[in-house]
Design a binder for this molecule. Structure first.
Ligand code: F6R
Length: 228
């Protein structure tokens, strides 16, 4: 894995540029998208660029389960708010995992994910693959870890409103992406980044599987990298 230490604006610009270059060279590329705080700056930049997403296909990593997609805390709502409503993407090219679709098959049929954006949980989760998830997992329903529920409660009125389950792409689904970037910023991610970069691969720290992928760039700021 390649580690790039930059400030958050530089990280957002570097990733947005990579995505724009990809769309220019392959207008019908397939993007894997994350929600949460980490990718918001990238989406803002993408929305401000004069680039067409009309032939681009997207697959989001995860969604709470169950949740009304019009709920302000749903990831459908988040993506519409931060990206989809601001670009010319064809709505039928937007995909989220659900119980009604065979998500991994759909991704394969679309030709596989060319470029995957990830964030990381303070407990090492990627998408909602919590510690203990099998490395060969495909899209599945998960019980969210109590630390994830606590971390995500900042978006809700109270911790009791945070859903306790989600549907997520699995670790094997993510590892099939041709190119992966992971955004790790802020001192609350310092322990996670240290563990990720240690090279130890363990189910207890799901993101560690990325060490086995041949094209991963870790974008970290200096607060997150303070223990590396
Ligand atoms: C969101 C997702 C999660 C987040 C992670 C970090 O789609 O898959 O794994 O990337 O929880 O969240 P933030 O970016 O809010 O710190």
């Amino acid at each position: 894995m390649k580690l790039e230490i930059k400030n958050k604006n530089q990280i957002d610009e570097a990733i947005a540029d990579r995505i724009c270059n990809l769309i220019q060279s392959k207008p019908n590329c397939v993007l894997g998208l994350a929600t949460g705080s980490s990718p918001i700056g990238v989406y803002k930049l993408l929305a401000s660029k004069n680039i067409s997403f009309k032939d681009v296909t997207t697959f989001n990593l995860d969604e709470y389960y169950p949740i009304d997609i019009n709920n302000k805390n749903s990831y459908h709502y988040f993506m519409n708010e931060h990206l989809f409503s601001k670009i010319d993407i064809n709505k039928s090219n937007i995909h989220f995992p659900s119980l009604d679709n065979n998500y991994d098959q759909m991704i394969d049929k679309a030709g596989g994910i060319d470029f995957q954006i990830l964030g990381i949980g303070s407990n090492g989760h990627i998408a909602f693959n919590e510690p203990g998830t099998e490395f060969n997992s495909l899209t599945h329903i998960v019980n969210l870890a109590s630390s994830t529920i606590k971390d995500n409660s900042r978006f809700f009125n109270s911790i009791d409103e945070v859903p306790t389950k989600a549907i997520t792409m699995g670790l094997a689904s993510i590892m099939k992406a041709k190119e992966i970037v992971i955004i790790v910023t802020g001192s609350n991610k310092a322990n996670a980044l240290k563990e990720l970069m240690s090279g130890n691969i363990s189910k207890d720290f799901p993101a560690s599987i990325l060490n086995n992928h041949s094209n991963v760039t870790v974008y970290a700021d200096k607060e997150a990298a303070k223990l590396c």
